[in-house]
Design a protein around this ligand. Structure first.
Ligand code: LMR
Length: 329
């Protein structure tokens, strides 16, 4: 009798524990930290990812998005990811050189003619290989996201490279971008994205390079009198996670999270294409900043001035990668 009662008690205790355990099993939290505004390709993509995960994995996985450098700036996010303080980041391809030299490829000036060429290269074998270029450092690339081609903004009109001589430009933390401005006789300053507006407003710097969506959403056009439509380079992103986090996810969850992410990236790429046109137009309509279009002869001068940068970085990046990227044009 005593044995029977104690068995019943034990079974009841175990089932209660199981019930409590499953009812209160904490969902897996994915913190996604980025630096841009929510009305940008990256901001929209991150929110879409959050919504898709909530829809499909609600209760099991929760995505928390931190835009506008609220949680970490791009100079800290990779470190934070490796420490487990965030699980997903999406820095621009210009911000990985501490971990791999190969991604510097994307900073070479005038490498891609348009976003079709960028897409073709990223989807091709070399582009796909590059997703895993930091695996040994504990970082996995989950996919590329577009923003678009960069324009040059400044406090004075830039028509030919000589106009940039002696001016101070904010750049992302990239040696290739530094070399690009040095090649123009300008002074590059590596600064976090979150500081750009104030640096421009206070005239601590003369100019910067960025995409239409970043120039619009962060109001750079309100503090820069001129924007040269140069399309001289690229800002795209690598969506990254830590190997430890990714491999630690249960298989079924990892598959679903990746599916949601791929769909969100597709959506983000559409937003990127739209914003490149829409945000440019909003800047034109604002009449706050004059857009300078280049003649073929003027553009050729920019290409000639910046192109020597390719040779400087050919060995670090790899000629095979440069050739493959250029061939996608
Ligand atoms: C920048 O720092 O200018 C960009 O990389 C910001 C971004 O994430 O688009």
């Amino acid at each position: 009798m005593f044995k029977k009662v104690s068995t019943i008690l034990a079974v009841t205790a175990v089932s209660t524990m199981l019930a409590v355990g499953s009812a209160f099993a904490a969902p897996i939290t994915i913190k996604f930290s980025h630096v841009v505004a929510e009305n940008t390709p990256k901001g929209q993509m991150a929110n879409k990812f959050k919504d898709l995960v909530a829809e499909r994995l609600g209760g099991k996985v929760v995505v928390e998005v931190f835009p506008n450098s609220q949680l970490f700036g791009d100079n800290k996010v990779l470190e934070a990811m490796l420490l487990g303080d965030v699980q997903i980041g999406a820095p621009s391809l210009s911000k990985f050189s501490r971990y791999t030299k190969s991604l510097q490829l994307f900073d070479l000036p005038f490498l891609f003619k348009d976003m079709v060429a960028v897409e073709k290269f990223q989807k091709g074998p070399k582009g796909q290989e590059m997703l895993m270029s930091m695996e040994k450092k504990g970082i996995i690339g989950l996919g590329y996201l577009h923003n678009g081609l960069k324009q040059l903004s400044a406090s004075k009109p830039l028509k030919v490279p000589a106009d940039a001589d002696g001016l101070k430009f904010r750049i992302q933390a990239s040696d290739v971008l530094a070399a690009q401005f040095v090649a123009l006789g300008a002074v590059p300053l590596k600064k976090p994205f979150s500081e750009v507006f104030t640096l421009l407003q206070t005239k601590a710097i003369d100019g910067q390079e960025n995409t239409w969506s970043n120039i619009y959403s962060k109001k750079f056009f309100e503090v820069q009198d001129y924007i040269t439509e140069s399309n001289h380079g690229l800002i795209d992103y690598l969506i990254v996670t830590s190997t430890e986090f990714w491999k630690g996810l249960p298989d079924d969850i990892r598959v679903e999270v990746k599916k949601a992410l791929d769909e969100a990236l597709e959506f983000g790429n559409k937003v990127a294409a739209e914003k490149a046109t829409e945000d440019r137009q909003k800047i034109v309509d604002s009449k706050r900043s004059e857009i300078i279009t280049l003649s073929d002869a003027e553009r050729a001068q920019w290409v000639e001035a910046m192109k020597p940068v390719w040779g400087e970085f050919e060995e670090e990046i790899g000629k095979d990668l440069i050739d493959a990227a250029f061939a996608s044009n």
